[in-house]
Design a protein around this ligand. Structure first.
Ligand code: M6R
Length: 608
């Protein structure tokens, strides 16, 4: 759960590494470090806390170098401290690592027997000693031999401090891409694409188990067997500014506001609304099997799980197929029978979430076909699934997931309509009507953004509440979960999401004077039932923040009202969720939280 960077080129390596690390901070930010050539050796500079501290430490030194490696850490083994921060060193071997060495204790014992002594509490230090113990002058061979003894996941960038003529990298089960600019002679290895966008848009997606050497001569790529392979360059359309804040104070606010555009990006090339046509070329191989499917299992974590809960309702109503939704870590514990008549859908923004990835592998092992819905190109989940639909929401940097959720939900809607058509339960006319309504959502979102001041002032009114309840029903029930998750993860206010029908079965006992309850009650089949829940909440003296359609007459005495444009019930989630995102954002800002990097969290949870 860390970010690594390795730079080799003609420009200032310190700047390139810091630029790259600053775009990887979302992967971890409890400490950071770099190793840079300095005279006849390398200097290792490591600091605890955010990257700012490393920048400050480096600014006092005047190091000029054309290569180096860097790391931003999210602790898994050993508390955040300078000694545990990367790079780690053994003799002339210096490296950075993302992942977990599962057999590090046995490796450590055997290295200690051979005379190596350890100074950190990390699993990574084992790698440095192991490579050194196998080094006979060829860094690439030493790295290959070393990782053949390692169980676990890793992306590693290693240098020889005595030679400083190359960076050797490898990865298994965690991401690593190589940015290549042959014209300017600049090369960068990084845990994620945004870290390299200042240098290039041409990438090698290093295969799982593959290796590469980066030197002044360019990049040489090797397959897991260690044979040189032909480089396959993928051109990425993302503009560097797409990965930056674009004038917003935080990535989160930027990403929330991007949604009118990202939703259209998700839809691009996939629909002809007036003809009721949906193109999901990625699912071509599934077409012939669609009629035989007996059920669908959706697996995901966090916000992606909540979009899956909405996907279940879409698939059940449009494709008339039973669907269950499971938390990926729980799915791993179940003895759920699967077969080729079951489709498992893994949803993941990053495509690297460890539990979802393991669930994917388990589902395949049990004979199910697996479809992925991912945002990150070439990620593990996207690559390993039988089919993958990309959400095309662009890089999501803020730890709190926002635009990925709405894009995932749209992909799930399209998938359910596509499946309904394949299974002959939905006609083109019905699909056309839904798609045409969907095309109005971006404008309706803009109307919500125009009401941001109202949402902000309501959020600020409640920031000192110790606890919140979010309630809703049917399609919006997952939004109650998502609203609560968003608020708690960035503001640290305790919040719970509930189905409004469950109120009387327990949570109503929490309510007393001024307890804030956000209620999603847009127009639709369950509106009246949710309005009744509002009455019940108010009768206990609690404060109701009602999210209702523009023309609705609210139940009396709602403390606060947020109006959203009217749309068909199943699409209202795309509007109500944005209200939740803005509400959480302004509450967190009111409390001076670091919204993009909430405490204890990392963007990609690449460990179980
Ligand atoms: O990358 P993924 O979609 O697989 O990530 C899943 C969760 O870790 C993620 O949604 C997390 O819950 C976010 N912090 C929510 O904002």
């Amino acid at each position: 759960m860390c970010g690594i960077v390795g730079y080799f080129g003609k420009k200032d390596a310190v700047k390139a590494l810091l630029d790259g690390l600053s775009r990887l901070e979302y992967r971890g930010y409890d400490s950071a470090g770099v190793a840079i050539p300095d005279g006849d050796s390398v200097s290792i500079i490591r600091t605890v806390g955010k990257l700012e501290n490393l920048k400050a430490a480096l600014s006092t030194k005047n190091i000029k170098a054309n290569m180096g490696i860097g790391h931003t850490r999210w602790a898994t083994h050993g508390r955040p401290s300078e000694i545990n921060a990367h790079p780690h060193r053994s003799g002339s071997i210096v490296l950075v690592h993302n992942g977990i060495v599962e057999n590090y204790i046995e490796l450590k014992e055997s290295l200690e027997e051979s005379g190596y002594s350890f100074i950190s509490d990390t699993d990574t230090e084992v790698l440095a000693h192991l490579i050194r113990s196998l080094y006979r002058g060829d860094l690439f061979s030493a790295l290959r031999d070393a990782v053949s003894k390692v169980r676990g996941s890793y992306a590693i960038a290693v240098i020889d401090a005595d030679k400083r003529d190359r960076i050797v990298v490898t990865r298994r089960d965690v991401p690593l891409v190589l940015g290549v600019d042959d014209i300017n002679g600049e090369y960068i290895a990084a845990s994620d694409i945004p870290a390299a966008l200042n240098i290039t848009r041409d990438f090698i997606m290093l295969e799982d188990g593959g290796f590469a050497q980066i030197s002044a001569d360019g990049v040489t790529e090797y397959n897991p067997a260690g044979e040189i392979i032909q480089k396959k360059i993928t051109h990425i359309d993302w503009d560097p500014v797409m990965a930056e804040k674009d004038g917003y104070p935080d990535f989160m606010l930027k990403e929330i506001n991007e949604q009118p555009r990202t939703l259209m990006d998700t839809l691009r090339g996939k629909i002809i609304p007036d003809e009721g046509k949906i193109y999901l070329g990625e699912l071509e191989g599934l077409k012939s099997k669609a009629g035989e499917l007996e059920r669908i299992v959706i697996v995901a974590c966090g916000t992606s799980l909540h979009s899956g809960m909405i996907g279940k309702l879409y698939i059940e109503s449009y494709a008339i197929l039973p669907v269950e939704v499971d938390i990926a870590s729980e799915f791993l514990q179940r003895s759920l029978p699967l077969s080729d008549k079951v489709l498992v859908i893994c949803i993941s923004q990053s495509g690297e979430t460890a539990d979802t990835k393991q669930a994917l592998r388990l589902a395949k092992k049990r004979g199910a076909k697996v479809a992925a819905i991912c945002n990150v190109l070439g990620s593990a989940i996207a690559s390993e699934a039988d089919y993958c639909i990309y959400t095309h929401a662009g890089p999501e940097i803020s730890v709190a997931s926002t635009k990925a959720f709405t894009s995932q939900t749209i992909v799930l809607l399209l998938f359910s309509l596509w499946l309904g058509e394949q299974r002959d339960v939905l006609g083109k006319k019905a699909i056309s009507e839904i798609l045409n309504d969907l095309l109005h959502i971006p404008d309706k979102l803009k109307a919500i953004f125009a009401d941001q001041e109202n949402i902000k002032s309501i959020a600020l009114k409640y920031i000192h509440a110790p606890s919140f309840l979010f309630i809703a029903r049917h399609y919006n029930y997952p939004i109650a979960f998502e609203g609560a998750l968003k608020l708690k993860e960035i503001s640290y206010i305790h919040a719970e999401g509930y189905c409004s029908g469950e109120l009387k079965h327990g949570p109503i006992a929490l309510l007393s004077d001024n307890f804030p309850v956000m209620v999603y009650a847009p127009a639709g089949t369950v509106k009246d039932k949710v309005f009744s829940a509002i009455e019940e909440v108010q009768a206990r003296g609690a404060s109701v923040i009602a999210v209702i359609s523009e023309d609705a007459i609210p139940p009396s005495q709602c403390s606060d009202i947020i109006r959203i444009p009217e749309t068909r019930e199943e699409l209202s989630v795309l509007l109500t969720v944005v209200v939740s995102q803005l509400f959480a954002y302004y509450a967190a800002k009111g409390l001076n939280r670091d919204v993009d990097k909430p405490r204890n969290l990392a963007k990609s949870v690449t460990v179980e």
